[in-house]
Design a protein around this ligand. Structure first.
Ligand code: PEP
Ligand code: MN
Length: 337
């Protein structure tokens, strides 16, 4: 349920409504836009169903929100969320590019990749130190050594860093290195991990689960936000369908749909979304034109030798060419890159 205040409502009017809600132990989420104040209400609404909020001074109307996610809901927070990382913002007028290897393999490869992607205009280094691999016999990541290599590279290149956490221990280890915590597709409904990320002050890149609906993705974001962390990005990375010609089916309609349903920034991963490096460029460009706030792209100095996801990784030349095209795509939707 949300209460929309009149444009003429005073602070006292807003406080009175909030006080009544507090008396009934309801969660209150205040969204103060340029014109409107919206009071989002969380909790058992049966407790307040007898109260005629419409009759209170300054109240314009009461709207019932059908969706089970509230904090992530556009109705609760009409203005887009802009995540501020200092010199990089996500969700504003500029499209952000996160690029780097699937996995951190050694110091040199992540250093070279970081410097190269930075020179092409990327702002954030991606890379996995903890790798949730389908097979237990595949390379599982360098863990804390990988975090150190990645941190050295991001510092040297002047980038921010996003890396995956797979459980509470890796989350704890990652906090001192990363600017953004990534929760991967396989952990989208690991509710303990979502809650733990919600108790940190790091922005979270939440990837859509392999077979997750849009509603499930938004409810997963709600788990993080309900713990207090409002800086969540939603990432479309392809879903499992009957189609086997691509690794996943990249659901680009999720971009405008998520932006309609939620105020959170939307990021697209065309690498995992297709599984094929020759398809990455077209889908990256389409994602930007569709309104994505950012991209996360796998780039490797020698994809043919990569320890994971070489088939979908761009080499340096391919990434450089793509970044040139993406600038034009961003301009189509009135943004910069
Ligand atoms: C990744 O980004 O490295 C990754 C494992 O992605 P996903 O969780 O989308 O499979
Ligand atoms: Mn990968």
């Amino acid at each position: 349920m949300i209460i929309i205040m009149k444009p003429s409502a005073t602070k006292e009017n807003v406080d009175r409504v909030c006080n009544v809600l507090n008396e009934y132990d309801m969660g209150v989420h205040l969204s103060q836009g340029n014109e409107l104040t919206i009071i989002g209400i969380i909790g058992n609404k049966n407790k307040i169903q007898h109260i005629a909020f419409e009759l209170m001074d300054g109240v314009d109307r009461v709207v019932h929100v059908a969706e089970s996610y509230k904090l992530a809901n556009r109705a609760f927070h009409p203005e887009p969320t802009v995540i501020d990382l200092g010199d990089v913002t996500i969700g504003g007028d500029s499209v952000v590019v996160m690029a780097g290897p699937c996995a951190i393999e050694n110091q040199d490869m992540v250093m070279d990749t970081a410097k190269f992607v930075k020179s092409c205009g990327a702002q954030i280094l991606r890379g996995g130190a903890y790798k949730p691999r389908t097979s237990p016999y595949s390379f599982q990541g360098l863990e804390v050594d990988g975090l150190n290599y990645m941190y050295n590279a991001k510092k040297a290149a002047g980038l921010k860093m996003v890396t995956e956490v797979i459980d509470e221990e890796s989350l704890e280890n990652t906090l001192e290195y990363a600017d953004i915590l990534q929760i991967g597709a396989r952990n989208m409904q690991n509710f303990k991990l979502l809650r733990a990320a919600g108790r940190t002050n790091k922005p979270v890149l939440l990837k859509r689960g392999l077979s997750a609906t849009i509603d499930e993705l938004l409810n997963a974001a709600e788990y993080i936000m309900a713990e207090g962390n409002q800086n969540v990005m939603l990432c479309e990375r392809g879903i499992r369908t009957f189609e086997t010609a691509t690794r996943n089916t990249l659901d680009l309609s999720a971009v405008p749909l998520l932006k309609h349903k939620s105020h959170l920034p939307v990021i697209v991963d065309p690498s995992h979304g297709t599984g094929k490096s020759n398809l990455v460029g077209a889908m990256a460009k389409a994602a930007v034109v569709a309104g994505a706030d950012g991209l996360i792209i796998e780039v490797h100095p020698t994809p043919e030798k990569a320890m994971s996801d070489g088939d979908q990784s761009l080499n340096f030349k391919q990434f450089e060419a793509l970044m040139r095209d993406l600038k034009a795509c961003a301009a189509i939707s009135g943004r910069t890159l």
